[in-house]
Design a protein. Structure first.
Ligand SMILES: Nc1ncnc2c1ncn2[C@@H]1O[C@H](COP(=O)(O)OP(=O)(O)O)[C@@H](O)[C@H]1O
Ligand SMILES: [Mg+2]
Length: 489
């Protein structure tokens, strides 16, 4: 197909009258007769809407009665959301009997919006009859016979002003802000018949427009102007429950391969898997470690022997937070154990008992062969200097837990050791709680853990100390392994 504005359209207007009246059956027939799957599974074959896709389309394009003004389809990745959105956009452009149809495809960024735009364009290119009807521009597909157009737009309030859309399709609504959603609603409200259709995986946070709309949809199933179609696994299901996968992923075993999902289960953090693969809202409980994974590794009968080589991780606080001293054995089977945790019992005047902490450090150095004490210096510099004097500069290390380039790899190492059952621990309840309180944020350097919010009483200091301890134990264990290898020569 030649691109460009100059090409005149010589083909007669297409006659869609044998597709029936506007509505879901007409859309289904339009897809089957005019649209080909653009890529991937079934590429170039007629776009046959699956039964569950028809269920979605029926909600949006009922054969009789009014159409909803807003639609939201929430489902996991890889279930053909973008593909279905492209088909709906094409139907709205060509075949919905709308003079001067204007279809806007909106997404968080231009690139994402172009996914649907490019799919539409490719679908048109794959059908001679549609191709003859259109002029294709860089940022617009135009149908001169009906004066209809389709455009990709970025999700910015400014970019959304001045249009009069008959359909707005938003891909991946979860990243769209309240202001952008309002701008789209405002734009779409001008015609007698228009729809704002969002299609998305669940978001990262319940503090979002998408969550607000999901809650509205769940609570108002009779609202004819707003339709929610949600595919999600049952709340709290096991991660590897493949029956639950099927509930959330209607395309599973069809154009979504089950072994691809199995492979992802092994490499994806639980909250991300729940969101992207199970369609669930993990929201506030964006826990770092999978449920039960830490608890499963408890081995309280293992006693760390006197003079056993260990490292100690220390995360101290001046007042409000808690202070933790956690040990880890150095050797092939790392065992994490709590030496001491000092927590504010909820008294504003409480101060951490520094001399108790000092005594606990002394007792540990006395009892074990402490290869290293790695301590976060925040608020404890003078103690750390004293310990360095007492136990030797070589054995007392300042380990800044705010430095992402150290903390992120250490955090990833801890996560991997837990999920691959490569450590054991003493079953300490406070450490288990702190690990459960930790929420993770992905960074370019790896994951970092945080409290659920600033100032939260849900402490994580013992978790931080444990991460440091395991990281340093691995370092010393590798070092002694290297030494052993050398001595064999
Ligand atoms: N009936 C169908 N509906 C939608 N997509 C289909 C269908 N049959 C095959 N596919 C293909 O399945 C893949 C689904 O991917 P995509 O639409 O990007 O999913 P999502 O947006 O949900 O992540 C695409 O490559 C698409 O071409
Ligand atoms: Mg998509």
């Amino acid at each position: 197909m030649r691109a460009g504005p100059k090409r005149a359209i010589t083909a007669e207007p297409l006659d869609f009258s044998d597709l029936g009246r506007p509505g879901w059956t007409r859309l289904q027939r339009f897809a089957l007769e005019y649209v080909k799957v653009p890529k991937g599974h079934g590429a170039r074959k007629p776009f046959k809407l699956r039964k569950w896709q028809l269920d979605i389309v029926k909600e949006l394009y009922p054969s009789r009665g009014p159409r909803p003004r807003q639609g939201l389809v929430s489902m996991p990745r890889g279930n053909g959301k973008s593909g279905l959105a492209a088909v709906i956009a094409l139907y709205a452009l060509f075949a919905d009997e709308e003079e001067g149809a204007q279809v806007l495809v909106v997404a968080s960024d231009e690139r994402q919006a172009r996914i649907i735009f490019n799919a539409c364009r490719r679908m048109i290119e794959l059908d001679e009859r549609l191709a003859e009807q259109v002029q294709i521009f860089q940022d617009r597909i135009y149908v001169p016979h009906t004066d209809s157009e389709l455009r990709p737009l970025p999700a910015e309030p400014g970019a959304l002003q001045g249009w009069d859309p008959s359909l707005v399709v938003v891909d991946e609504l979860h990243v769209v802000t309240e202001a952008v959603y309002d701008a789209m609603l405002l734009a779409a409200g001008k015609r007698e018949r228009s729809m704002l259709l969002a299609i998305s995986t669940p978001g990262e946070s319940t503090d979002s427009v998408m969550w607000r709309l999901v809650e509205h949809g769940r609570a108002n199933t009779n609202d004819v102007s707003f339709k929610l179609v949600e595919y999600a696994a049952p709340e709290g299901c096991a991660l590897d429950d493949e029956e639950a996968w099927k509930i959330a992923n209607p395309a599973l075993g069809d154009f979504l391969a089950v072994d691809a999902v199995r492979a992802q289960l092994r490499t994806t953090r639980e909250p991300a898997f729940r969101r992207y693969r199970l369609g669930q809202w993990v929201g506030q409980v964006d826990r770092w470690l999978p449920w039960g994974a830490w608890e499963d590794l408890a081995n309280p009968t293992r006693v760390v022997a006197d003079r056993e080589p260990v490292v100690l991780g220390f995360d101290g606080s001046a007042s409000g937070d808690s202070t933790a001293l956690v040990g880890c054995t150095v050797g092939p089977d790392p065992h994490v154990f709590v030496v001491g945790v000092w927590q504010n019992p909820g008294d504003v005047r409480w101060r951490v008992p520094r001399s108790d902490v000092d005594d606990a450090v002394a007792a540990a150095f006395d009892r074990y062969d402490v290869l290293e004490l790695a301590a976060d210096p925040w608020g404890w510099r003078s103690e750390i200097e004293a310990w360095a004097k007492r136990y030797g500069e070589r054995r007392v290390l300042q380990w800044n837990t705010a430095a992402a380039n150290r903390m992120a790899p250490a955090t990833d190492r801890f996560y991997a050791a837990v999920t691959q059952s490569e450590l054991s621990h003493d079953g300490n309840a406070v450490l288990a709680t702190h690990l459960g309180n930790a929420v993770a944020k992905s960074t370019a350097l790896g994951d970092l853990i945080h409290k659920d919010k600033r100032g939260s009483p849900r402490k994580i200091d013992a978790a931080v100390a444990a991460i440091v301890a395991l990281d340093r134990a691995a370092f010393h264990s590798n070092k002694s392994a290297r030494r052993r290898v050398r001595s064999f020569k």
